[in-house]
Design a protein around this ligand. Sequence first.
Ligand SMILES: Cc1cc2nc3c(=O)[nH]c(=O)nc-3n(C[C@H](O)[C@H](O)[C@H](O)COP(=O)(O)O)c2cc1C
Length: 211
Amino acid sequence: MRDTAFSTEFRSQLDLLMRLRRDVRRFRSDPVDEAALARCLATFALAPSVGLSQPWRILRIETDAARDAALKNFQDSNTDALAGYSGARAKLYSQLKLSGMQEAPVQLAIYCDDDTTQGHGLGAHSMPEMRRYSVACAITLFWLRLRAEGLGLGWVSVLDPARLNRDLEVPQGWHLIGYFCLGHPEAVSETPELEQKGWERRRAALPIEIR
Ligand SMILES: Cc1cc2nc3c(=O)[nH]c(=O)nc-3n(C[C@H](O)[C@H](O)[C@H](O)COP(=O)(O)O)c2cc1C
């Protein structure tokens, strides 16, 4: 097993991969190759997790009924969220596309099993939320691996999680981390879509304080 640093070329490729990772809401309609998807899903097994608890649980949303329920949930939540803005910010919000749920060929709801006994509670005794952070860590690896295959992922959090859990008949103890749209992106960009649309700017400055 190699134990030395990777080459300069590899590092610049890795930087490029991270620069080109985008949150994708606009997908082409062609299907996702199942073998490529399986390679990407295999990154979950490589991810860090508190106590090695591997608390991620994945539902693949395939049926019309499940997709419709998730889409309606998003639409209602998005209407509620819009009501929280006013003036120019509301106008801008209403113009954003915040999910690709109507067209994404693959859709996943990803959960954290808060009650898992795997890991025997190590690291989660005083901070049980670490299990949920572990799922977010795994999703980041998945996100990058998808991009390496030319695929895109869009994270949807504009949802009512209790309603989604009921509609998808999710087991007790599972906490929604996010709903994910996957497919071939319509476009490639180094600039986040929210920046392109004037919602927010990405800052390069890293806030570090000394104590
Ligand atoms: C936890 C989390 C939740 C997010 N939820 C949404 C969402 O509901 N809808 C959406 O359009 N983007 C969502 N995003 C994507 C962010 O808007 C996006 O990451 C950010 O604007 C930066 O763009 P980039 O990912 O292309 O660099 C979410 C991202 C994260 C990490």
